[in-house]
Write a protein that binds this ligand. Structure first.
Ligand SMILES: [Zn+2]
Length: 484
């Protein structure tokens, strides 16, 4: 029984339902890739399946558009597999348990994968029908966007002739993206030494921070638990001798860390002062962040005397130097017309680790200007060098730079405003999109990104708005019709 079969536009929703029945979590898209290949073959459309699973489907122009330059429609195949704790869904084999209520399509207890399955469904509906007017089409479906944009990075761009790209991986109807940041991961690794030490052991935890995505939410000035830990250690050192036994913070380089912890040794005489100093520091931080972080807490517990390996003072000094001197958060805002209010360059130290031989800090650097990204990375390299630490760059990906000469954007804006009666919102995003990889490979290229409203993507609460899909599909078709 079809769940979505009666919803208009019927072809969009029935393709979406078919996609939902095929497992397609990141790293597991072979079946969906084969389905898309078969879709094209069945309709005698030229198709290319790349070794990684990327699919490119070509369709000739409709009548009257034969001379128009090609247009690329693009989305990603893979979805984030998240489920509620009581869900028994098996993402490797079960069809998604989709349902619809009022205006919302969702999956019971799991992610829906409308990010980005709805892009595929809309593109398939256009490829499947003769009813829409369009230039020659090159439809690109990439694999594994959600895990480092691996499909886009592996794509053979020689197979794409289009220099007008419509990316359908945005989740907010009425918002049209025109640029995105590039980024890289910067890792600092410091060799450290321990020495046996005795003292009163304290467990100190900084918690209750808001956190957030290190790109999209960096402009909220939320506190970074790792950076705060650096300040606390320095504050304590200015009052008394401490020894570091353990030190950790954060979980992912692209999330603002919400928690950091350490174990310290303090002399017996200093233990009261120690607790007072931590409490004093907690008040300083609470005051600094009173506008946006109401739940910051610094917890401190006396664990009694212990005899353990503690960092040698030279190692501890180097670590505190790094934590206190590395830049944090927003470095520069965009100044270009049309990009006001957008963060240009930022970084987030998301992971801090101390093990037997090394102290590690991992940062996500982002910028819509690649030279700024490398200048910031160079600065981290110099700071690492100052204490004899090693610095490495990983996972470099390019920005999608704003193109004030876009031909598609004014058309899209006008169409949207005619359709909705509201002003289109034109935005850049301070996070990575596949458009960055595409821009870098195809430039000069005109790219826009939009999509129907999807709420709570990447969570089991993900929903897709039916009406928004209807309007967005019409907008896409109208846009193609105007790209003569
Ligand atoms: Zn997506």
């Amino acid at each position: 029984m079809s769940v979505l079969g009666d919803i208009e536009p019927k072809n969009v929703f029935s393709f979406f339902e078919e996609i939902c029945a095929i497992p397609h979590g990141s790293g597991d898209v072979k079946q969906l890739s084969d389905y898309l290949k078969k879709f094209a073959k069945d309709r005698k459309l030229k198709v290319r399946q790349e070794p990684c699973g990327n699919i490119i489907i070509y369709k000739d122009a409709s009548a009257g558009y034969e001379k128009s330059p090609a247009v690329c429609i693009q989305g990603h195949m893979d979805m984030v597999c998240e489920k509620a704790s009581d869900s028994r869904h098996n993402f490797k084999k079960d069809p998604l348990p989709i349902a619809v209520m009022d205006d919302e399509v969702f999956a019971r207890g799991t992610t829906l994968g409308a990010d980005d399955g709805i892009a595929l469904a809309m593109a398939l509906a256009i490829l499947d029908s003769d009813e829409y007017a369009h230039p020659p089409l090159e439809v690109v479906f990439t694999v594994d966007e959600e895990v480092g944009m691996e499909g886009a990075k592996a794509l053979d761009f020689n197979a794409i002739k289009a220099r007008r790209v419509i990316n359908l991986d945005s989740e907010d109807e009425g918002v049209f993206f025109v640029s995105c940041a590039g980024g890289l991961r910067g890792n600092i690794n410091l060799d450290i030494e321990y020495k046996q030490h005795s003292g009163i052991e304290y467990d100190v935890v900084i918690s209750g921070l808001n956190g957030g995505h290190s790109g999209e939410m960096i402009d909220r000035y939320n506190a970074n638990a790792i950076i705060i830990m650096g300040r606390l250690l320095r504050f304590l050192q200015s009052r008394m001798k401490i020894r570091i036994l353990e030190l950790s913070g954060g979980l992912m380089d692209n999330a603002i860390p919400r928690e950091a912890g350490c174990h310290l040794h303090v002399s017996k005489e200093n233990s009261t002062t120690f607790e007072d100093t931590v409490a004093e520091f907690e008040q300083i931080i609470k005051n600094e962040y009173k506008a946006n972080e109401s739940n910051i807490m610094i917890y401190c517990e006396n664990l009694g005397m212990s005899h353990k390996p503690a960092l040698r003072s030279g190692s501890a000094k180097d670590i505190v130097f790094l934590l206190r001197t590395v830049p944090d958060g927003i470095i520069r805002m965009c100044r270009e017309a049309g990009q006001e209010g957008l963060v240009e360059t930022s970084l987030n130290f998301g992971i801090m680790r101390l093990d037997d031989e090394k102290f590690t800090l991992e940062a996500a650097l982002r910028s819509s200007v690649s030279t700024q990204k490398y200048a910031l990375s160079d600065r981290l390299g110099m700071l690492a060098d100052a204490v004899g630490a090693e610095y490495t760059e990983k996972g470099d990906y390019p920005a999608w730079e704003y193109n004030s000469e876009s031909e598609m954007l004014p058309i899209l804006k006008r169409l949207y405003e005619e359709q909705s009666g509201e002003a289109a919102v034109i935005k850049g995003i301070h996070a990575g999109l596949e458009c960055g990889v595409i821009y870098h490979a195809l430039k000069p290229v005109d790219i826009v990104s939009f999509g129907p409203t999807i709420k709570s993507a990447h969570t089991p609460k993900e929903t897709l708005s039916v009406e928004s899909t209807q309007r967005t599909f019409k907008l896409l078709c109208d846009l193609l019709g105007e790209l003569k």
